[in-house]
Design a binder for this molecule. Sequence first.
Ligand code: MLT
Ligand code: ZN
Length: 484
Amino acid sequence: MSNPPSPALLATLMDRLGPRGFTTEPADLAPWLTDWRRLYRGRAAAMLSPAGVEEVSDIVRLCAREGVALVPQGGNSSMAGGATPDATGEALLLSMRRMNRLRSISADANVAVAEAGLILAHLHDAAAEVGRRFPLTLGARGSATIGGLVSTNAGGTQVLRFGTMRGLVEGIEAVLPDGSVFNGLASLKKDNRGYDIRQLLIGAEGTLGIVTAASLKLVPAIGSRSVAWVGLESPRKALALLRLLDNAVGDAVESFELVPREALDLVLRHVAGTRAPLEGGHDWHVLIEAVAPMVAPDPEKELGRALRAALKIGVAEDAVVAASEAQAEAFWRIRDSISEAEKKDGPAAKHDLSVEVAAMPDFMVEAASAVEARFPGTRPFAFGHLGDGNVHFNVRAPLDADEAWLGGEAPAVTAFVHDLITAAGGSISAEHGIGQMRLAELARLGDPTRLAAMRAIKNALDPKNIMNPGKLVPPLDAAQESLA
Ligand code: MLT
Ligand code: ZN
């Protein structure tokens, strides 16, 4: 149990951080106390905005002394309520947005060292300026920050070739729960000095420390890219197409995003200026991006040839390769607008599922039928990162339902979907994290051995439970505690 901050602590923090780094003004705090999806609303005693790692270290040390909780926050784009404080108002919100420097960037070393508050799109721009690229992107790139991306092991629409943040973070600087600074920024290709603290902090959602900076891997800049929109009959055919492309185009294929008819319809209905890329209706579509570095062969030719082969053998129903950058961007806009369109359309129970890649096509079709049968009137649809075995399996409320559905039938739908993916050997959180949204479900369905190890690590590093409490690590409930 954490404590509320004493007036003396608040005064010390105000003094240490100055007016730009400390506020209790309700108007300053308000935008940051609600998550992006507006599912959680919290309170905080103050918002702290440190300007450097020394200030973060002092904040953590002072809070540890009094047992005051800290909730770190970057761009506030968590999909799981991971950066929203609880309703007690006792925690301090730790905004990392002022620490937004790019400390260094080197095309020779292929590494950028970015502070936690740097916005992803700004890193993309900086990498382009030195002829390189940071190969991870997602719809929220204009607001998501490096610290949040590291702390949630973010994925997104370009994981296929270069992996999630775990594969792209080469070093980390972080403040641990006692205020000490872990200086692990060196980008070492090989390092066998024991436990990988860096990997422990990636995906820890701020529960083991505050990530203040990261060394990030850069890859060659894109010389040319080719973006195609393909209509297909089924997710099975989509996966068959991906495997065909593996052979024909190799790892130039960096995105392979599945879009069902329902998701396209939602975007066309709710997002101005969008139009269907193909004439004629298809139940399923994929958006494909193939890229080549500066001097490599033209991906358009390769992708075009492979898609013609796919059409010939019936793997694809129709396909169009973007004829210009503007058209490529228009295809991507459809894909990146799905969440926004869905939000405008009405309530939905959202799920972020993964299973072995080869098993996903059948899983998603069978799970959709099972949900429809069990909850008549609901409208499941799944979209996203089929090539990663990860789809967002969302279940829209029946047409006559209103927002109350989210607190009514939706939790039972979620439990049903999570039971199905768990039985299939998959994960209830592929890329969005646990936050507070999936905490109870992780407690219910998580492997006890894994949960016990997580709790042991958490207790060892953060015995006072001041780092983002109530997120990611399910507490032992009373019944389990009496058995323990
Ligand atoms: C996406 O892939 O579009 C994001 O993860 C967001 C979402 O699931 O809504
Ligand atoms: Zn996603």
